[in-house]
Design a protein around this ligand. Structure first.
Ligand code: NAD
Length: 244
């Protein structure tokens, strides 16, 4: 049976990719909404909502999903921590929500490998995250980089204050616990992420390169089908893929 999707952000790069992939993932798009459309008009006809619009829209999309009891897949990135926490608190007991900074299978394997490497390497290895994206991306660091930084922080018992976003000027020696985060923007780069573990005399680099938005669209549709069978709660793509 097909999963009927209400898509928000339909005219954007990701919205177009999701519409192109839907039929291949046993899904159909029952409503394709963008700026100016009212998604509430079609919400009763869908089995799940997918939102790849803009982070400021997430709150109202989540309320729409909650009030109609519909599973939700959130693709947008760039939320402040308190805004994200408030949305999670509002919906987690009511509907299944998949909220991932990156819906590609490969990036979720990168997350898994980063957690393993960080657990083994610990503080003798300086950790840094580098991300590259196209010149129209509006937020930095990327949601994927945020997740990689979170994995590194959790592994080392650090807080967000230990993350250094870029360096300029006389910054002094690198503190042992620091985690560097760097964003490159240019051209049509779909998305690249590297986690560095730099030791004395050796360096490990774990890299994922996305070359086609289809990978995110396929993952988001897979998440929507999965969410349709899940209990209320907030999940990420590692749950969908069984990587936890
Ligand atoms: P885009 O700018 O090409 O498309 C966004 C679309 O959303 C536009 O058509 C815009 O008109 C529409 N929109 C904006 N506000 C809206 C609103 N309030 N209601 C309805 N529609 C609205 O952007 P994109 O490259 O498609 O990316 C969209 C979002 O998805 C960004 O936040 C991006 O960072 C994120 N993204 C996430 C992943 C992932 O795997 N999680 C992958 C790629 C992009």
């Amino acid at each position: 049976m097909q999963t009927r999707i209400l898509l928000i952000g339909a005219k954007g790069r990701m919205g177009q990719a999701i519409q192109a992939e839907a039929a291949k993932q046993a899904c159909c798009i029952v409503a394709a909404c963008d700026v100016g459309d009212d998604p509430a008009e079609n919400v009763t006809d869908c089995d799940a909502i997918i939102d790849f619009s803009f982070h400021e829209a997430t709150r109202s999309v989540a309320e729409l999903a909650k009030s109609n009891g519909k599973p939700l897949v959130i693709g947008t990135t760039g939320h402040q921590a308190d805004a994200r926490a408030a949305i999670i608190a509002s919906v987690e007991a009511v509907i299944p929500v998949v909220w991932a900074g990156n819906y590609s299978v490969g990036v979720n394997v990168l997350n898994f490998l980063t957690a393993r490497a960080a657990a083994i390497l610990q503080e003798g290895y300086d950790a840094e995250v580098l991300e590259l994206h196209h010149n129209r991306k509006r937020d930095a660091p990327s949601g994927t980089a945020e997740r990689l930084l979170e994995i590194l922080r959790e592994s080392r018992g650090l807080t967000a204050h230990d993350v250094r976003h870029g360096r300029a000027g006389i910054v002094g020696e690198r503190p042992v616990q620091e985690i560097g985060a760097h964003a490159v923007r240019g051209g049509d780069i779909v998305g690249e992420h590297t986690v560095y573990f730099c030791g004395q005399g050796e360096r490990i680099e774990l890299t994922h390169r996305a070359t086609d938005r289809r990978i995110f669209a396929q993952g988001a549709l897979r998440a929507a089908v999965w969410a349709g069978k899940a209990k209320a709660g907030v999940y990420n793509m590692e749950d969908v893929l069984g990587l936890r």
